[in-house]
Design a protein around this ligand. Structure first.
Ligand code: SF4
Length: 345
């Protein structure tokens, strides 16, 4: 069977990427729009997996997220179940501290490499310090603890690092300022404040929907890479029932896998790339996945691990076992565990 012109062109672009040459917007556009199950998309996914395996020595990680509240959050991101626009009558819902500590111990016991405490913009900021102190007492000194919360000033970011957080998840989302009530500049300012405060970054290009172009995608990758993140990745938009985006189309697994492989080629350094929430994704270059419990912005359950979309450490470990990844034993590395003052400057 003769190879199509598109196949030959895709192969040429992937050889260029393998040689670490930057891709042009036209080349990125071709890869971004490949039909998801085309021979060229399989080539791309193969290139993504090879790059990922080489950059991480075949090691994958599981980061565990504890949702500490469910809003209602005034930032009203249309894709989020915590958003006030999706919860007009909602009242602040909090995970009790005792449950947060139980979740933290259970995740550590199950083998999670890192813990992430996620709160909405409605959560009382001053309580984050108390929570991280108590979680640290529960899990000991070696477990990296990340925060995922609202936009922060430099002083607030610094106070979180001094309280005991070792890094932060933060992202300038797709369609920021359009599907959210947060200007893109505010998100970028927070990325800068986290960096200056010495909190290394975890992020994803998310939530990607079918209205986004290759240019939108590549711009977001480039923006975040300026902050030298320790983890990157891609997340498709989940049309959560009951939110304003519930009638939009969700990318299928092959489309998500294609995006992950392309991300992997556009990011030549970051060793951990999410989200490996399915075998196709893990088999296309994703070697990071989040186990989730408590409140979750992608469902309306109060215990996402029981009846929502949350996955367990064991479930994710099985995905890695089936796709040739070796799960890292012990803790994720590179985070600011010392609390040192100068890492961000
Ligand atoms: S995504 Fe975050 S900022 Fe936006 S509504 Fe949800 S909790 Fe609030």
């Amino acid at each position: 069977m003769p190879f199509s012109e598109r196949f030959l062109r895709a192969n040429e672009i992937l050889e260029k990427a393998e040689a670490a040459e930057p891709l042009t917007p036209e080349e990125i556009g071709l890869l971004y729009t490949l039909p998801a199950n085309s021979p060229e998309a399989f080539l791309l996914r193969c290139a993504g997996l090879r790059r990922a395996m080489a950059l991480s020595d075949g090691k994958a990680e599981i980061h565990a997220q504890i949702g500490v509240d469910a809003g209602p959050c005034v930032k009203s991101c249309q894709f989020c179940s915590f958003a006030k626009c999706n919860n007009p009558e909602g009242e602040l819902k909090l995970t009790p501290l005792s449950a947060i500590l139980d979740y933290a111990r259970a995740f550590q016991e199950a083998g999670a490499n890192l813990l992430l405490l996620m709160s909405s913009a409605a959560f009382p900021f001053e309580r984050l310090g108390e929570i991280v102190t108590r979680v640290r007492e529960a899990v000991g000194p070696e477990m990296p603890l990340l925060v995922n919360t609202r936009d922060l000033s430099y002083e607030e970011a610094l106070s979180l690092r001094r309280a005991g957080f070792n890094g932060a998840y933060h992202a300038a989302r797709m369609s920021e300022g359009e599907l959210t009530d947060i200007p893109l500049a505010t998100r970028v300012e927070t990325l800068e404040n986290l960096r200056r405060a010495g909190l290394p970054l975890s992020f994803c290009v998310e939530p990607v929907g079918e209205e986004h172009t290759a240019r939108d995608f590549a711009d977001r990758v480039e923006l975040h890479l300026r902050y030298a993140p320790l983890t990157g990745g891609v997340g498709r938009r989940i049309p959560v029932k009951g939110t304003r985006v519930e009638h939009t189309r969700k990318f299928d697994q092959a489309e998500q896998a294609r995006l992950i492989a392309l991300y992997r080629l556009l990011d030549p350094k970051t060793p951990l790339v999410g989200s490996a929430n399915a075998t196709l994704a893990a088999n296309s270059g994703a070697n990071l996945c989040w186990a989730e419990c408590g409140y979750n912005p992608r469902d309306f359950s109060g215990r996402t691990e029981l009846d929502g979309v949350g996955r367990s450490v064991d479930y994710i470990a099985r995905i890695y076992a089936e796709t040739g990844w070796e799960l890292r034993r012990g803790y994720s590395s590179g985070w600011n565990m010392s609390g040192g003052e100068k890492t961000g400057e």
